[in-house]
Design a protein around this ligand. Structure first.
Ligand SMILES: Cc1ncc(COP(=O)(O)O)c(C=O)c1O
Length: 396
């Protein structure tokens, strides 16, 4: 199917989003506020996914599924990761689970004992810190830095390792900075982890949203050399396919021993944890039939990214690096003299635009001086949002 006309202004159904889109988005904002907050697209999911859910529901049975997930879903995940991103993943070592957030919590719970340290980038998505704390661990903040190639620089990572370090949280690609990692950097990371016996939580939820001319490299890519026995991969479906409410994600491992530990920590064997049948059916359709939709979405996002960065960089006192990946832009607003929370409050109250402040709560103290804007919307709404941003700025 041709999706080139799918990502238009008319495709965005505001009347439905206002009822259904939570997490700081339409359903939680006053009618006159435009949300560019949580990373969740304004477009409907692809028709193949909707059809797969309808077909399954029409048959009328919603019985228990296998504890380790539907075999066809596990196969679809492994084959999608291989086809799209050259990841060497064995379907028998893939555990479907209810969201990437849950996958992060399971991974931290399986690897951390109270008092253990986890290295967490600063800034990075709050879920790294939250999963560490939930497991009783201590997050050790590692400042996120970019090298000359615009990719994340890990050259001084090893100085953050202590005898208590048990886990490193890798956000690849990085939210909110939108940066990738080079093969050499990933090999350095594997080397450090291997020499110190540290595990790596490799969250690849953003790995499809990579702009033309850039290359995503996974730790599971055979071209990345090193010992991967202690790497746990995480993937989620919310960002690529716009199905956040279905809570679809997975954990994958490089060894049976690591996989078994994840299964144990997940609670799926006792049915206390797990992912719904409908979500697995939707996830299978995403992986097997959803990438034509996604490729058209990425073309649209590329235009949005270029437009957003051009507009923001033309505004007085604002500078915005072009993300290599993700549909997030993270402009530097520090020259306004406002703290990021004050800036976001002003935007919401005076300009009727909701954005995410670069605060400790969402990303860590290193995010201060920035705000995060989600650009997964139509070009009309993006223009409106940036007009409001520019107006808000003129009031400072
Ligand atoms: C880096 C990162 N990991 C995990 C998640 C959570 O995804 P999910 O909706 O699958 O829980 C997000 C969502 O924003 C994210 O940005």
């Amino acid at each position: 199917m041709d999706y080139s006309g799918f990502f238009t202004d008319e495709a965005v159904r505001l009347e439905i989003l206002r009822k259904r889109a939570y997490n700081m988005r339409w359903a939680e904002q006053p009618e006159d506020v435009l949300p560019m907050t949580a990373a969740d697209p304004d477009f409907p999911a692809c028709p193949e996914v909707v059809r797969a859910i309808k077909d399954y529901a029409d048959a009328g049975y919603f019985s228990y599924t296998p504890p380790l997930g539907l075999p066809e879903f596990r196969e679809a995940i492994a084959s999608g990761l291989r086809r799209r991103k050259n990841e060497d993943v064995d379907p028998s070592l893939v555990l479907p689970i209810d969201s990437a957030a849950r996958a992060m919590h399971v991974t931290a719970a399986m690897l951390l004992q109270p008092g253990d340290e986890m290295i967490v980038w600063d800034p990075v998505d709050f879920l790294f810190r939250a999963s560490c704390l939930a497991a009783g661990g201590t997050p050790v903040l590692f400042p996120t830095k970019l090298g000359a190639d615009g990719k994340i620089d890990l050259s001084d990572l090893e100085s953050y390792v202590t005898p208590k370090t048990k886990l490193i949280g890798l956000c690849n690609p990085h939210n909110p900075v939108g940066a990738l990692y080079s093969r050499e950097t990933l090999e350095t990371l594997l080397d450090i982890a291997d020499r110190h016996g540290i595990w790596i939580m490799s969250d690849e939820i953003w790995s499809d949203i990579v702009y033309p001319g850039e290359e995503f490299m996974s730790l599971f890519d055979p071209r990345v050399r090193g010992n991967k026995e202690r790497v746990i991969g995480i993937y989620g479906f919310s960002k690529t396919f716009g199905v956040a409410g279905l809570r679809i994600g997975c954990v994958y491992a490089a060894s049976k021993a690591a996989f078994d530990k994840a299964v144990e920590a997940s609670g799926v064997l006792s049915t206390a944890g797990g992912i719904s049948s409908l979500s697995q059916i939707a996830g299978t359709a995403c992986m097997n039939e959803g990438f034509d939709y996604f490729d058209a979405f990425l073309k649209h996002l590329t235009r949005n990214r270029d437009y957003a960065c051009e507009r923001l960089n033309a505004m007085k006192g604002i500078s915005c690096r072009k993300p290599q990946a993700t549909y997030l832009v993270f402009p530097d607003i520090s020259s306004t003299g406002l703290a990021s929370v004050e800036f976001a409050d002003l935007m919401r109250e005076k300009a009727k635009l909701a954005i995410v402040p670069g605060s400790e709560r969402f990303f860590g103290p290193g995010a201060e001086g920035h705000v995060r804007i989600c650009i997964a919307t139509s070009s009309g709404l993006l223009k409106e949002g940036l007009d409001r941003f520019e107006y808000g700025l003129s009031l400072i």
